[in-house]
Design a protein around this ligand. Structure first.
Ligand code: GLU
Length: 371
């Protein structure tokens, strides 16, 4: 690895997992102290910092004297409520000693996936950064419903990075970075220093057995890097369970850096590209794929198949005939209406649906294509 992305950064999201913050069920003060040195080091370079920190459930579990493995959802949520207080209390104490200002932001999936709420969160976080505070983000585990949950803070951190327009996302892990294979099982596995294209081959390296690291595992870290990349944010995965992990990374450059190719683009499209969950799929024919790549909207004539139940305004995945996702978009029609007008001419919409709807199923302004 030749150059590091950190030095040219303006705004960094730093994700630290439970395995770093907690040791023997307690807050790991020793590691945290050295991590704060890293934060001071980054801030000296006039880089804004936001931290995504987890550990609420584990800390709360210990506090309430419950066994983590056997917890039911509501028990976990109760643990998170207690643990989050312990987490922030420790942040506050350590921050105060170093004249740093902590601010707590708890987000649920619905906050990031709803455009209006995501913009609202953005404004709050940017204001905190303007005031010189360091936002500490976690998922609002106590109220999040299980079906609609990030579950891992890697993807939450990537979504936050997109929402606040960060240029770097650092995922501090308990491994050095992405390896060609599971380094614990294959001693020939090699660390990949740089990735410019997060494709199936890259995902394969983190599948199966390799998915044993950290809280979210390497696979979710790659998903996070992919979300960040779509919004023009680079990602670094490096070893966090050591003293001064960031400064060590800058010195030895051991880790994996993911370079985003995305430059420019509207903030709405970046948000759309990073959406975690889609409500359905739209399969379009080859001609329509060619047209959207050239910048056209999706018309009924190009639609081959519709799956899932979705409403006007929902985000859907756009796929080619082979089932490969080519992008995401906001649908103007309900899935049941699309089943009626699929493959038809725009001039037939009025007769088929009984009202004069838009020609475009997904307008190009509400469509984003994968890299
Ligand atoms: N939000 C969870 C917590 O604070 C952790 C999620 C994760 O480990 O990535 O316990």
């Amino acid at each position: 690895m030749k150059k590091s992305l950190i030095n040219n950064s303006k705004r960094i999201v730093l994700k630290i997992g439970s395995s770093l913050l907690i040791k023997k069920n307690e807050f790991n003060h020793e590691w945290f102290k050295s991590f704060i040195e890293d934060i001071l080091f980054i801030r000296k370079k006039k880089i804004e910092v936001l931290i995504v920190a987890s550990g609420a459930v584990s800390l709360g579990c210990h506090y309430l004297d419950l066994k983590k493995k056997k917890l039911r959802i509501f028990e976990k949520q109760a643990c998170a409520a207690c643990g989050q207080v312990i987490l922030m209390n420790n942040f506050k104490k350590a921050f105060q000693k170093n004249k740093l200002i902590p601010a707590q932001i708890l987000l649920t999936y619905s906050d990031t996936e709803d455009r209006r709420k995501s913009l609202n969160s953005r404004e709050t976080i940017l204001e905190l950064l303007r005031c010189g505070a360091i936002p500490i983000v976690n998922e609002n585990d106590s109220v999040a419903t299980d079906e609609l949950k990030f579950g891992d803070n890697d993807r939450l951190a990537a979504r936050v990075a997109q929402i606040i327009g960060a240029d770097n996302l650092i995922l501090l892990s308990d491994v050095d970075g992405l390896f060609t294979d599971n380094p614990k099982k294959n001693n020939k596995a090699q660390l990949i220093p740089e990735v410019t294209d997060i494709n199936d081959r890259i995902f394969k390296m983190a599948s199966g057995d390799t998915n044993i690291y950290g809280t979210g595992g390497m696979y979710t870290k790659l998903e996070a890097a992919e979300i960040a990349s779509k919004s023009g944010c680079n990602t670094i995965i490096c070893k966090g369970n050591q003293k001064n992990p960031i400064q060590i990374f800058l010195k030895h450059k051991i880790g994996t850096q993911f370079f985003s190719k995305e430059k420019g683009g509207s903030s709405f499209k970046k948000w759309l590209a990073g959406t975690i969950k889609v409500m359905g799929d739209l399969v379009i024919d080859e001609g329509a794929v060619r047209a959207v790549i050239k910048g056209a909207s999706i018309l009924p004539s190009g639609i081959q198949k519709i799956s899932g139940k979705f409403f006007k305004g929902d985000i859907i995945s756009i796929k080619d005939l082979e089932g490969k996702e080519i992008g995401k978009g906001v649908t103007y029609y309900h899935s049941d209406e699309l089943k009626i007008i699929k493959g038809k001419k725009t001039s037939e919409i009025k007769i088929l649906l009984g009202y004069d709807g838009r020609d475009e199923i997904v307008h190009r302004d509400y469509l984003t294509l994968n890299e």
